[in-house]
Design a binder for this molecule. Structure first.
Ligand code: ACO
Length: 336
């Protein structure tokens, strides 16, 4: 039994300035605003500038989370960055961020768990804090998904957006902060959501690039079914471990892939749909970044108070699932 708990003590996010609307997509592929809204609930998403990579977004989100936590970069012991769109295979994007923000005492590593990345990092980061190995762990999720999307494939390109979110985890009392988590992986479904080329399996050639093997490929309806079936299971597992019921939950911060998945999850979890936060309408699917971006949006609207039970849920490439239950400790956000 650890002597202390681990909590989120600062949150931040960064959104690229350019807004890409459904009307913009109507001009580029054979789609309509009406189809996109009816099938996904997405109205608009952000597009990174040509000179912005994931680390550029991550740096800004991290600085905002550090400001919010009121700690200096030197106090960070470890940076865990989750992304499916790193700047490079190596060095790790986390190392680029570590240098840029001046976290000179921190170790740094990237993790890849698809859209579930932030939940995996929260679970691991909390254990580093609870064990006493580090006082502060910086969690960052950053994505420039528009750079691996096939801009000619209407079934995927309209879904994705760019952005970054970050949170600082630090020590707290044993009965608050992260109370429980549940993680699972289903590698047999790995090919349903995949970036086939560019790794050690398939070296990219101009021929393979012409075939679109350098772009994300997704079998959307199959992922949809796995998500809707898996979310209640993983959420119940985490809630049971914390000794809580769905009725105890104040807010659900879930991976923002599709409004219909958010609605189905609320229904199957028997949680008031108003508690399931929706930011997919304005940011689209930002993969690993969607959970901390949604958290920051909710927090900065002053919608979270100490004692609230926040249920985090993620699902995505792998196929991975994750849920975490947090007794919130930060006071409602007010701008200075
Ligand atoms: N505009 C117009 N028509 C379209 C578009 C579009 N943008 N995209 C597809 N269609 C058409 C299809 O061609 C198809 O036409 P057909 O019936 O004539 O063949 C029809 O619309 C229905 O297509 P479906 O793929 O069955 O549409 P569905 O309602 O399933 O919605 C979607 C597709 C939005 C992708 C949905 O399946 C989904 O959200 N899946 C989950 C995605 C997800 O959660 N991903 C996980 C995380 S992402 C990550 O990890 C990076």
């Amino acid at each position: 039994m650890s002597l202390r708990g681990a909590t989120i003590c600062g949150v931040g996010s960064y959104l690229p300035e350019t807004v890409l609307t459904n009307a913009d997509w109507e001009r580029m592929v054979d789609t309509t605003d009406e189809w996109i809204i009816r099938h996904t609930g997405i109205n608009e998403r952000r597009l990174a500038a040509d000179d912005q990579a994931s680390s550029d977004l991550a740096i800004k989100a991290a600085q905002r989370a550090l400001d919010d936590a009121g700690i200096s970069p030197e106090q960070i012991g470890l940076i865990m960055l989750t992304t499916v769109t790193p700047d490079y295979f190596f060095p790790a994007t986390a190392c680029l961020v570590q240098d840029a923000i001046g976290a000179k005492n921190a170790g740094a590593m990237d993790m890849s768990s698809g859209c579930t990345g932030f939940i995996y990092a929260m679970a691991a980061g909390a254990n580093f804090v609870r064990s006493g190995d580090y006082d502060y762990v910086l969690l960052i999720s950053a994505e420039v998904l528009t750079r691996i999307a096939d801009w000619t494939d209407r079934s995927t390109c309209v879904l994705f957006g760019d952005g970054a979110g970050a949170a600082v985890m630090g020590p707290c009392g044993r009965d608050e902060g992260l109370l429980s988590f549940a993680l699972s992986s289903h590698g047999e479904y790995g090919d349903l959501l995949i970036l086939p080329g560019g790794g050690s399996r398939l070296r990219l050639t101009s021929e393979l690039i012409a075939q679109g093997q350098d772009c994300l490929a997704m079998q959307g309806p199959e992922i949809f079914k796995l998500a809707v079936r898996g979310i209640p299971r993983i959420a119940h597992e985490a809630l049971d471990k914390a000794g809580l019921r769905p009725a105890d939950v104040s807010a659900v911060i879930m991976h923002q892939a599709n409004r219909r998945i958010l609605d189905a999850a609320a229904d199957r979890l028997d949680i008031d749909p108003k508690k399931v936060i929706n930011t997919v309408s304005k940011y689209g699917n930002t993969s690993a970044a969607s959970v901390p971006m949604c958290l920051d949006d909710t927090y900065r609207k002053g919608q979270l108070s100490p004692g609230d039970i926040v249920l985090f849920v993620g699902f995505g490439a792998g196929f991975t699932l994750g849920a975490a239950v947090v007794r919130w400790t930060l006071p409602p956000f007010t701008s200075a």
